[in-house]
Write a protein that binds this ligand. Structure first.
Ligand code: MLT
Ligand code: ZN
Length: 470
């Protein structure tokens, strides 16, 4: 096949999407920016298709011209998965933002990849349904990106990751053909479950253009508590009690460390000490049910009273209104947003079996402190899923840039402990560029070989988001 000159291909690509679908100059800036500030995209063009047909045409041209394709959703990812390189084109799905269908009786919604997560939640709510995926970036992240990274968030405990919420997908394959797998079935045993390949593939196997997703009954009763505890072991003991004592109505169970609370009290706006005394650890506990008159408040009161009696919980507060509930969750959200205020932060997004969470935090904190006295572990997050954002804040007064140069060194210390405990080096943020070398280091050779075979089978030209994941 004759190769197509990149300039000719770019002209054809621009013609496919028309002037509205091309972002140039200052308009292209938001797509080049990277959340962590670790990378910056460059690209031959930023293209914003308006339909699956346009995406298919773009990918066909890119395949002919052997141009790398960098798919991008809301560009809120935390692992550099949506970063483009200079010899390729960035395809942003943001204009494909329609809800195509909502089937209330089937408890499903079908939406295009560029649909903002919060919009999807609102569409479900308008039909008296719940779309439970919820995370900090929900006001701007897009469902296509959520699925491509198998996003987690604060409701995984009850409803599962993005993967568990997906019934069907529409995908533009690396040769430009469209696979229509938009089925709304709970049961379907017809060969390989292809959609699962594209979920969490970070755009390396094709571009997700639409999805059929599960909906749930909307919660009628929600109870939320913030409790203070002495030891992280107590937090996890409370978790087990909360699951059992509430009839498995536990929806969220998040860890907040004292260092995080101190940070947001100092640098955040409108926060106050939530409990009378200070505690080393806090748990944000939420239970919910779609059944009215379920008396969840009683269940929560009983749970906390018993936990205080057993000296597990030291103190606590239960939200008395939706406003108070939002205030408690605002503390949790600010933990992530405000952590840079303390200086350089080396990130980890790990998971271990729930039974090993406390051991992991204790062991990893000791190991990093031994390597660099004064380093400040800032572990928070979804401990009910065994997922800890084990971030490391620089020692006070240290040089930020010098500290951040030790990123790989501290990753290795922390990830060695994670793997020894049977855990994973990326629980919800993905591999992208940030953890690619760590995946290569820790994945079993047969696992990597099988992943490479899948990649080669679907994308033999290697044009889909090259350099990411593998
Ligand atoms: C969170 O749970 O707040 C995020 O996944 C963590 C982050 O933004 O670092
Ligand atoms: Zn998280």
């Amino acid at each position: 096949m004759d190769t197509v000159a990149p300039a000719d291909a770019v002209a054809r690509l621009k013609a496919v999407v028309g002037p509205k679908g091309v972002a140039e100059g200052a308009d292209a800036e938001p797509y080049f920016h990277e959340q962590r500030g670790l990378y910056r995209s460059v690209a031959l063009a930023v293209l914003r298709p308006a339909s699956t047909d346009e995406v298919a045409k773009l990918v066909t041209i890119c395949a002919e011209a052997r141009l790398p394709v960098y798919p991008q959703g809301g560009n809120t990812g935390l692992a550099g998965g949506a970063v483009a390189a200079k010899n390729g084109v960035l395809i942003n799905l943001g204009r494909m933002n329609r809800v195509r269908a909502l089937d209330a009786l089937n408890f499903t919604i079908t939406a295009e990849a560029g649909c903002v997560l919060a919009e999807l939640q609102r569409a479900a709510e308008a039909a008296d349904r719940l779309f439970p995926l919820s995370l900090g970036a929900e006001g701007s992240c897009q469902i296509g990106g959520n699925l491509s990274t198998n996003a987690g968030g604060i409701n995984v405990l009850r409803y599962g990751n993005a993967r568990e919420l997906t019934l069907g997908l529409e995908v533009v394959l690396p040769d430009g053909r469209v696979w229509n797998g938009l089925r709304g079935l709970r049961k379907n045993n017809t060969g390989y479950d292809l959609k699962q390949l594209f979920i969490g593939a970070e755009g390396t196997l094709g571009i997700i253009t639409a999805a059929t997703l599960k909906l749930f009954p909307r919660p009628r009763e929600v109870e939320t508590a913030l409790v203070g505890l002495k030891r992280v072991e107590d937090v996890m003991e409370l978790f087990a009690r909360a699951r059992t004592a509430t009839g498995d109505q536990l929806t969220g169970f998040e860890l907040i460390p004292r260092i995080g609370l101190d940070n947001i009290l100092q640098y955040g706006e409108g926060f106050r000490e939530p409990l009378v005394a200070k505690h080393p650890w806090y748990a944000l506990v939420e239970i919910s049910t779609s059944r009215g008159g379920a008396h969840l408040r009683e269940a929560l009161d009983d749970l906390l009273a018993a936990a205080m009696e057993a000296d597990l919980v030291q103190d606590g507060t239960i939200a008395e209104s939706e406003t108070q509930r939002r205030e408690l969750w605002r503390i949790r959200a600010a933990l992530a947003e405000q952590q840079e205020k303390l200086g350089g932060s080396i990130k980890h997004d790990v998971s271990v079996p729930i039974s090993k969470v406390a051991e992991f935090i204790v062991r990893a904190s000791a190991a990093v402190s031994e390597r660099l006295p004064g380093i400040r572990p800032y572990p928070f997050g979804h401990v009910g899923d065994g997922n800890i954002h084990f971030n490391l804040t620089q020692p006070p007064g240290a040089e930020k840039a010098v500290f951040l140069k030790r990123w790989a060194e501290f990753n290795r210390i922390v990830h060695d402990i994670v793997v020894a405990l049977g855990g994973s080096i990326s629980a919800e943020h993905g591999i992208g560029l940030v953890r690619r070398d760590e995946l290569a280091h820790y994945a079993a050779p047969l696992e990597l070989e099988t992943m490479r075979k899948v990649k080669a089978a679907l994308d033999p030209l290697g044009i889909m988001n090259p350099g990411k994941v593998l």
